[in-house]
Design a protein around this ligand. Sequence first.
Ligand code: F6R
Length: 609
Amino acid sequence: MCGIVGYVGDKNAQDFLVSGLKRLEYRGYDSAGVVTFDDDNRATLIKTKGKIADLEAKLMGNKREDKVGIGHTRWATHGEPSEVNAHPHQVGDIYLVHNGIIENYKELKATLEGKYEFKSETDSEVLAALVDSFYEGGRYPLTNAVVQALKLVQGTYGIAVMSDKNPGEIVVARAGSPLVIGVGHGETLIASDASALLGHTKQAIYLNDGEVATVTDKSVEIKTLNAEPVSAKVEEIETNLAAIQKDGYEHFLLKEIMEQPRSLKETLRGRIDLRDGMVRLGGPGLPEKELRKVKHLVIVGCGTAYNAGLLASYYIERFAPEVTVEVVVASEYRYRQAYIPKDSVALIVSQSGETADTLACLREIKKQGIKTIGIVNAIGSTIAREVDGGTYVHVGPEISVASTKAFTSQAIAMVMFGLTIAQAKGVRSGILRPYIEEIAKMPAEIQKVLEEVKGPVWEIARRYKDYDHAIYLGRDTAYPTAMEAALKLKEISYIDANAYAFGELKHGPLALVDDRFFEFAMLPTGELYEKAVSNVQEVLARGGHVIAVTNRADFDLGVESVVKITTSLKIFVPVLLNLVAQLFAYYVALEKGLDVDQPRNLAKSVTVE
Ligand code: F6R
C-alpha cells in the first residue's frame, strides 16, 4: 500500500526520495509527492496524481540540491486519488506523510476546524494539523508535538514529519504500519520497506509500534510515546539488490513464477531429513510434548495466503490423526466470536507479514492464550515479530502484486508443520514418508513443468484473452488450487473468474455455461479423477469451452484445449497444475496489454482494514 521515504544527509535528497519511491511502487499507489528543504529551510513541495514517472517529470522542472526531505506514494482510502489528496500534507509549519488510517479523524477535525482550513479529504491532513496545533510555530520541539498529537489518535500509522522551523530533522513514528530507519555514513534514510534502502545501507533499525524516533544525519533517538528511551537495535537487511530486480524478465510476475524451483528450495533448506524420513522445523519452537497434544489447527490468512491454507488443510487432514483443521479468512474471523479450543495452534499466514486483518486476528488469538505460529515471508515484519514462533518461507522479496511463489511455499510450509505434528503423534513413517519424499522432489519437478508448459500455455492464453468470464474447477486438493488459480486470473487480467468444486456444478454454476465463459478444469490423477472427468463431460455436453490441465498422459476428452504435464509426483500434482494456471493468468494479462505487476486498484501489502 502507501509508501514512505525520507532522507537527511550530505547527498541529493530528491534523488533518494524518487529512487526509494520507485522501489516501493510495487506496493500499489495512485499518487505521489516529495518535499525537500534547502539550506535556509525553504520547502519545495511537489505532488502529482499518477505514477512516479509523472512525479519525476515534474521534478525535472524543479531540480533541487536539497539534502533533506520526505516522500510518499499514496493508495487512496479517504478521498479520491488526486494531487490535493496526495502527500506530503502541509499544514502551518508541518509537512507530513502518513501510511495507515486515522479512525477518529472526523472527531479530531471538528476540534481543529476553526483554526485550520482543510484542503484535502484525507485523514492524514487532519493529523498534520493536529501536530501543528501542538507545535505552535516551533515553540515546542517537533518530537513533542508529534507525540502529543499521536496520543489523541486512534487507528494505525507510520508517519514521517518535518517542519520548516527544524532544519535537518525528521520525526518518524509507527503504530501498525512499518517503518525502517537506514543508518548510513553521514546520512540517515527512512522507508516503509527495507527494499527502498538497498544500495544505500544494509544497516537498519526497525521501529516498533508505539515508538517515535527523532532522526538527523548523524543520530537516531528513539522513545516510546510515554517518553521512555528505547535503545536502538541495528540489524542487517537480509535482502539484496539482485533479489528486487527483474533479472532479465519483462515482468516481476514472470520472474517470480519462474524462480519457484529456487524459492521452494529455500523453503525446504535444512528442513527435510530424507535419511530419517523426517521434517525438522526449528522455528515454531514447540516441544514434541506440546505438538503431541495439538488437536485443532486454525489457519488464518487473506487472499492467496488463505487459499494456501485451504490447500494445506486437505493434506494435513489426511495424515495428522485426530487433528481438525479450520481455515479462516482473517477479515471475517477478527470479528467472529469464535471459540478456539485450548489444545489448538493457530497458523498465521502472510507473505508481507503486515496485512492488517491477519495481524488483528493474531492479536485476538493471542489474547485467548492460543499458541501462534507465523508462516511468513518478510523477515522482521510485524506478524513475524508478534507470533510465538514461526517458519519463514524464505522465498525472497515478492514484488509483483499477484502472489505466486509465496503461495507454493506457504502451502508446503504448512504441510511440513502438519507433518511435524504427525511425527510427534507417532504416525507411522510409512504414511508420512511419501509426503516428505515428494516435497523434497518438488523443486526439480517444478522446474521441469515450467520449462515444459511455458510455450504452450502462452499459445492457449492468446485464444482466451477476450472472454469476459471464467469458471475454474477442481475437486479435493485441486479445489483450493482452482480457487487460487481463479484469483490470479481475475486480479491481473480483470476477467471475472470464480472457482467451484466440481461436485457443486450441478447445484448451480452449471447454469452459467455459455459462449461468454470458458472453463479451466484442473484434473490431477487420484481417487476422484474419474468423477472429475464425468463433471467435465457434463460441461462439454452443454457446449462449454474447456481448458483441461492434467498429468494424465492418456487424457482424451475432446476438450478445446489441453495442457498435459509430466511428473513423477502423485500427491502434490495440484501444486504443479497451479503453475500452469499462474502462467496462463500471466500470459492472458500480457496479451491484453495490462499492467501485469501492478494491477489496478490493488496493493501488495494491505495494511489497512
Ligand atoms: C493475491 C494476493 C493477495 C494476498 C493477500 C494477503 O495474489 O497477493 O490476495 O495474498 O493480500 O497478503 P499477505 O500474504 O501479505 O498477508
